[in-house]
Write a protein that binds this ligand. Structure first.
Ligand code: UDP
Ligand code: MN
Length: 606
């Protein structure tokens, strides 16, 4: 069995803007990069864009590393040791140390604009070769000549031309021509001039060799990625439609496994396996096989394949998956019959989880195919939005309201939103609810039980959010420094480190709420020694018989059931700040921000 990178990657989680005291659940390499990118200052330098004129299909295939090396050599001839113009830039952490200053300026300006290394992309061949990342047994597979046809949709907003052209080139070169019916480009109202006339010229030049293969659909206003995917689906005409990002390169024989699986069963929706292209040097990094899941905030994440997949001892076998990451392939008509995607989603996020749940609950299934690999170019930042979090939050509520029944509370907990009047307009969901009824879909309980048993609902939570003492309304219970297990009082900011969950069973969780069974929340305990409360992994607290149950009512004292001590705050002599301690109860009162279904709704002002 492979060693497992638990929850290795959620694609984009821009969580914790706070520098201090924010627990960061290890979401992903990409997320880490994304976070880092947001902590640097974007350069304001706008260099003149030097799009290489030689962006054409090159006859000779050379791989990215080799090309990068050659580009480096060429750059090296300029000057021996040029001054680093952007020592803090992510772009130059691992790349470009020999670039002359004017080249650095140009590369940085492009990087600021797109979030990946367009300077390098413009110099790499469009038909560069890619390392074959499939498990070796995939290479022995024989696929029928007679497979369904495929339309490939590429959606984009302000992506670099050379990136889009490389995606197109990889699709043309790595898809059997008798099966590739068309490539549909959907422009979600890009402002980049390059993507207007100049892109159309490029398309014309492709059309000489491949008449009718490329189609271009343009939105007349920005509609967001879900609508872009829907537009692509509408414009498609093949048996199968694959809907991809525009910054991808499909790898060897990517289409055949998809088409033969969908030929066997038209209700299967395929999530191809992702590999990662570094945003700086364009190296391809192979990812381990994984299923696609999500947490209660509905951020996507990678899950280990289920046990019965390992039992098959066949690394080529489809992996049953609760959801998709974003890109997918499906029988075009079947996808239409179950409602394509939720057109009410805005900008980014949620649509992938919605499709995952809907497919399973309404008679389809999702599978990841280890033999079908799509290399996805990571980004250091998104060109269309600095922070996708509000969009993901809003879209998550649509998914919760339509598909998750009473489990929808988990989504509200994860985003720390009140159950009534969350203050977020998530739009009209009535047509999606009707769709659910019309398709006679199963409920979310069935989905958890049968499809996603490692997703963990916590239905005993009765109060959640920031926890304040009535003595001081500006400070909140906080999990404290990430490396320690002593909760503290800290200025209220409302990020994950100040999430408190009180259960009707008496436990208090502090910090990020877990969503997976293999993770453990931290429980507030009274060790009965010393005056400090501790945060202990709840399973260990149970094993060690620690005092982890508390009596609490909204606006009342928080009393440990065993020791009878109270959680209270004190100011030491001469000190200006409160400390969190356990002591004989003096009558202090606490308020937790939100309650469930009116639990303890008696609130004492404070
Ligand atoms: N996209 C779009 N409209 C939008 C936002 C994104 O068409 O309003 C496109 C974007 O160009 C990309 C795809 O949607 O091809 C997915 O977006 P992105 O790659 O930023 O998401 P990620 O892969 O990071 O989840
Ligand atoms: Mn993407």
């Amino acid at each position: 069995m492979k060693t497992w990178p638990w929850k290795l990657v959620g694609k984009m989680k821009l969580v914790d803007k706070l520098v201090m005291q924010v627990i960061v659940s290890l979401q992903s390499l990409l997320c880490i990069q994304y976070r880092a990118a947001n902590s640097i200052q974007l350069s304001s330098i706008v260099g003149e864009r030097k799009l290489a004129d030689d962006v054409q299909l090159s006859e000779k295939s050379i791989d990215g590393a080799q090309a990068a090396e050659e580009a480096k050599k060429e750059e090296g001839q300029h000057k021996a040791a040029p001054r680093l113009r952007f020592p803090g830039s992510l772009l130059f952490k691992r790349w470009g140390d020999n670039l002359a200053e004017d080249q650095q300026l140009a590369a940085q300006a492009l990087f600021d604009q797109y979030g990946y290394n367009v300077y390098l992309s413009d110099r790499l061949p469009l038909d560069r070769s890619l390392k074959d990342t499939r498990p070796s047994r995939c290479l022995e597979k024989k696929y029928s000549h007679d497979l369904p046809t495929i339309s490939v949709v590429l959606i984009f907003v302000n992506e670099a031309t050379s990136i889009i052209l490389r995606a197109i080139t990889s699709i043309i070169n790595r898809t059997p021509s008798h099966l590739l019916k068309e490539i549909v480009l959907v422009d979600d109202y890009s402002s980049d001039e390059e993507l207007k006339g100049p892109l159309e010229e490029k398309i014309k030049s492709y059309s000489v060799k491949h008449p009718g293969l490329l189609k271009l659909v343009r939105h007349q206003r920005r509609e967001g990625l879900t609508q872009a995917r829907i537009s692509g689906w509408k414009a498609s005409s093949a048996d199968v439609v694959a809907i991809l990002d525009a910054h991808i390169e499909v790898n060897h024989q990517w289409a055949e496994p998809i088409l033969s699986r969908i030929k066997e069963d038209r209700t299967v929706i395929i999530s191809p396996m992702f590999d990662n292209i570094h945003f700086d040097d364009f190296e391809l990094v192979q990812y381990d096989v994984a299923a696609d899941g999500f947490d209660w905030a509905l951020w996507c994440l990678y899950e280990p394949p289920p046990e019965d997949w390992y039992a098959l001892k066949d690394e080529t076998a489809p992996i049953q998956s609760p959801s998709i990451m974003g890109i997918f392939a499906a029988n075009r008509e079947f996808l239409g019959s179950i409602g394509v995607l939720d057109g009410g989603m805005h900008i980014y996020g949620g649509e992938n989880v919605e499709l995952g749940i809907r497919a399973w609950q309404c008679g389809g299934r999702i599978e990841v195919l280890p033999c079908s690999r799509v290399a996805h170019l990571e980004r250091a930042h998104k060109p269309y939005l600095l922070d996708v979090t509000p969009a993901v939050k809003r879209n998550a509520l649509r998914v919760a309201e339509v598909w998750m029944d009473e489990y929808k509370y988990m989504v509200y907990f994860a985003w720390n939103l009140p159950l009534e009047k969350p203050g977020i307009d998530f739009g009209d969901v009535s047509s999606r609810k009707e769709l659910r009824k019309k398709l006679n879909c199963k409920n979310f309980e069935w989905y958890i039980k049968n499809v996603y048993p490692t997703l963990l609902p916590q239905l005993t939570i009765v109060a959640y959010g920031m926890m304040k003492n009535t003595l001081s309304k500006d400070i909140c219970v906080d999990q404290g420094p990430v490396t320690e297990n002593t909760p503290i009082m800290y200025g209220c900011h409302g990020y994950n480190s100040q999430f408190v969950f009180y259960h009707s069973t008496g436990e208090i969780f502090v910090g990020n709420l877990r969503s997976q069974r293999n993770e453990v929340d931290r429980c507030m305990v009274d060790t009965s020694q010393g005056e400090l409360p501790f945060l202990q992994k709840c399973d260990e607290a149970i094993q060690r018989g620690l005092n982890m149950h508390w009596d609490f009512k909204q606006g009342a004292a928080l009393i440990n059931r065993k020791t009878k001590r109270c959680l209270e705050i004190v100011k030491d002599d001469g000190a200006s700040v409160y400390r969190l301690i356990l002591q004989s109860c003096t009558g202090q009162k606490w308020i937790i921000q939100h309650t469930v279904k009116g639990w303890g709704s008696k609130v004492i002002a404070g």
